[in-house]
Design a binder for this molecule. Structure first.
Ligand SMILES: [Zn+2]
Length: 115
């Protein structure tokens, strides 16, 4: 499963970060997942929870933030979120727009508690 690989790389990143803050507890990790990334947020959360179960990161919460597909207008240069597959520019109505985002898959933040 695709999500399992992602969950374990997230956990690896958290582990690496935790090593730089000895004694600190990582409470929460945020992941930004674009709608075009082909990742199921629920499956990702499920995989993550099963990975951390019984480890030192058992109480670490994964927060998946979904981001929409974004397009940029070729006329007025406005960037907008695509809703319901409407690809035309909401400002000027131009139909030639280019996909500029929505396939990201990245860590957005780590919430660390220092003693
Ligand atoms: Zn426009």
């Amino acid at each position: 499963m695709h999500e399992l690989g992602i969950a374990s790389s997230v956990l690896e990143a958290v582990r690496a970060e935790a090593q730089q803050h000895p004694g600190a507890r990582v409470l929460r990790v945020g992941v930004r997942v674009g709608e075009l990334a082909g990742v199921d947020p629920e499956a990702l959360t499920f995989c993550f929870e099963s990975l951390v179960k019984g480890t030192e990161f058992e109480f670490l919460a994964l927060v998946v933030e979904s981001t929409p597909r974004r397009h940029r207008c070729s006329q007025c240069d406005r960037t907008f979120a695509v809703v319901d597959y409407k690809l035309a520019c909401p400002d000027c109505g131009e139909t030639v727009t280019r996909c500029v985002g929505g396939d990201e898959l990245e860590l957005s933040y780590l919430e660390v508690e220092t003693p």
